[in-house]
Design a protein around this ligand. Structure first.
Ligand code: NAD
Length: 291
């Protein structure tokens, strides 16, 4: 068997084109969606991610603002900025780029973001809504994986899904989203004994551990769908995922490459969440004006 390689860039292009039309419609009504990204310190990977997000906004006609703070900034300074952005009518989405420097309490900052502008979906209210099955902002990376599966017409209901990685950003929300679509989901993590005994059962295997070559061909069921979320920079500078791509691609039915798989979809879903937020806020404003 030789897997179909899922082209995340191509799917992202289609999704972005569709949502660009909604930006045009909003702008015709006098509303320009706006995203504010807060970045603290000069972590090179974070700088690249933020640049990508800002550029993607520009391409879609979304207003974007980058709010930079030095690594030695006080937590209160960042908190104050979030509170200002919460009431700024030009801003519909607020994102704090993670990780934050060690002296910051990330939770405190994430909780300060207005629920209706929490486009990353990390505020506890939105986490709770995700668990209850009706979140307005699914976290962008798992939402991107869900979108990839939908565009590739891969059935989810009744499938065995194994998620490797149990972080708040990827693994846990991924499991919640797919469980909501009636998959049977197992979550594995660093302390899972004999990882292969779980992965071999997966019809859909989502890997987000941050360990190159964690998933080898013998760990994968023939015909499985393999989604590689991992991003690892090798000593030679090459980017790889968590899956032994060449060997697993000979066994799987579908596989995402790294780069060019899940990555472009993460940014795309951030744009989608921001546009949805602008639509929702615009509707509330119109209702208020006509009341
Ligand atoms: P994290 O470090 O917060 O969590 C990693 C998880 O993997 C943990 O639950 C840990 O227990 C588990 N894990 C680690 N080693 C393992 C092992 N040997 N066996 C089983 N489980 C193991 O990381 P994260 O923020 O969830 O990110 C995971 C990976 O996904 C990273 O490579 C990150 O760069 C990547 N990522 C990619 C995107 C994207 O857009 N493509 C977005 C976010 C994260």
């Amino acid at each position: 068997m030789s897997a179909i390689i899922i082209d995340g860039n191509a799917i992202a292009k289609v999704v972005r084109a569709k949502w660009k039309e909604r930006v045009v419609r909003l702008r015709e009504e006098g509303v320009q969606p706006g995203l504010a990204v807060l970045i603290v310190g000069s972590d090179p990977a974070s700088q690249i991610y933020v640049r990508r997000k800002v550029k993607a906004c520009e391409d879609l006609g979304i207003h974007s603002e980058r709010h930079e703070f030095s690594a030695t900034a006080a937590e209160e300074e960042v908190l104050d900025r979030i509170l200002q952005l919460n009431v700024d009518p030009a801003i519909h989405g607020i994102l704090v780029q993670l990780p934050l420097p060690a002296h910051f309490r990330s939770r405190r900052l994430l909780e300060a973001i207005a629920i209706e502008k929490d486009v990353d979906g990390f505020n506890l209210y939105n986490v709770g809504a995700l668990v209850a099955g009706d979140t307005i902002f699914p976290p962008c990376t798992p939402y991107g994986v869900q979108c990839i599966l939908e565009y590739s017409r891969i059935p989810i209901s009744g499938q065995n899904v194994v998620v490797v990685g149990a972080s708040n950003i990827v693994g846990k929300p991924m499991a919640m989203l797919l469980m909501r679509q009636e998959a049977t989901v197992a979550i594995c993590h660093l302390k899972t004994r004999d990882l292969a005994q779980f992965t071999i059962l997966a019809d859909i295997l989502v890997v987000a551990a941050g360990k190159p070559n964690l998933i080898t061909a013998p760990m994968v069921k023939t015909g499985a769908v393999v989604i590689d979320v991992g991003i690892n920079r090798m000593p030679n500078g090459r980017l790889v995922g968590d899956v032994d791509f060449d060997a697993v691609a000979r066994k799987a039915s579908y596989i995402t490459p790294v780069p060019g798989g899940v990555g472009p979809m993460t940014v795309t879903m951030l744009l989608v969440n921001t546009i949805k937020s602008a639509e929702r806020i615009a509707k509330v404003d119109i209702a208020r004006e006509s009341a």
